[in-house]
Design a protein around this ligand. Structure first.
Ligand SMILES: N[C@@H](CCC(=O)N[C@@H](CS)C(=O)NCC(=O)O)C(=O)O
Length: 219
């Protein structure tokens, strides 16, 4: 199997989902670092017309959208599989991946983590507290729903780890670094133990922001 190239901004939670899956599969991959300020110019804009990350490149095949990348990798690297065979578990996985994109990233992480982490630390701009306050009702709704769907299971789609855990995990781990995390998990303790379980996996330990920054320096 030829090598996988992942174009990403080090620290991106969506990029991390791809690294996590490649690590779970034991696949060789290379990070191609994308500087945030060059996302919307060549050559990146030709790979991703919306100027976002990650982008996967495999033997001349270029693919963006994290869900599509994860599903592609799970098909071309079939062992071990991370898509449940049982229809309801597979449907639950699909549902959680879409909750991640539509409600957790859009309106929660791209506001709270952006305002708390990216604006002050990377852009040198002040945090907009009003934007965070406005995002909190949706954030509570998302956390309550993730907690309800996880219930007493070990993983989001049931007894076995799946692509849903690999897309939601990096998003929640990013949010866990903000002061909003504690109030959000106050009513969702099962999410805290689930995230601890995910963070203990080798794939998560080898793809922290610090580890990916080291890869970026070596690239
Ligand atoms: N739907 C896209 C979302 C990707 C995305 O928004 N990535 C973030 C980084 S985690 C990004 O590129 N943000 C830059 C921007 O918002 O312009 C996917 O699933 O890949």
């Amino acid at each position: 199997m030829s090598e996988f190239f992942v174009h990403s901004v080090p620290g991106s939670p969506y990029g991390r989902s791809v690294f996590v899956l490649l690590a779970e599969k034991g696949a060789r991959y290379r990070l191609v670092p994308v500087a945030p300020q060059t996302r919307k110019s060549e050559p990146h804009i030709s790979r991703h017309p919306f100027g976002r990350v990650p982008v996967l490149e495999h033997d001349g095949f270029v693919l963006y959208e994290t869900q599509a990348i994860l599903r592609y990798l799970d098909r071309v690297l079939p062992a071990p599989p991370f898509t449940p065979a049982e229809p309801r578990a597979a449907a639950r996985m699909d549902q959680l991946m879409n909750i991640c994109d539509w409600y957790l990233f859009n309106g929660v992480n791209n506001v709270i983590a952006f305002q708390r982490i990216i604006r002050p630390r990377l852009l040198g701009e002040p945090t907009d507290e009003a934007a965070i306050a406005a995002a909190m009702p949706q954030a509570h709704a998302v956390f309550n729903e993730l907690s309800r769907l996880l219930g007493g299971s070990a993983y989001l789609a049931g007894d076995n780890v799946s692509l849903a855990d690999f897309i939601v995990g990096p998003q929640l781990d990013f949010l866990a670094a903000t002061p909003e995390w504690q109030p959000l998990v106050a009513t969702a303790p099962n999410l805290v133990s689930w995230l601890a379980r995910m963070n203990a996996r080798d794939s998560f330990r080898s793809t922290t922001a610090e580890r990916i920054a080291e890869l970026a320096k070596a690239a």
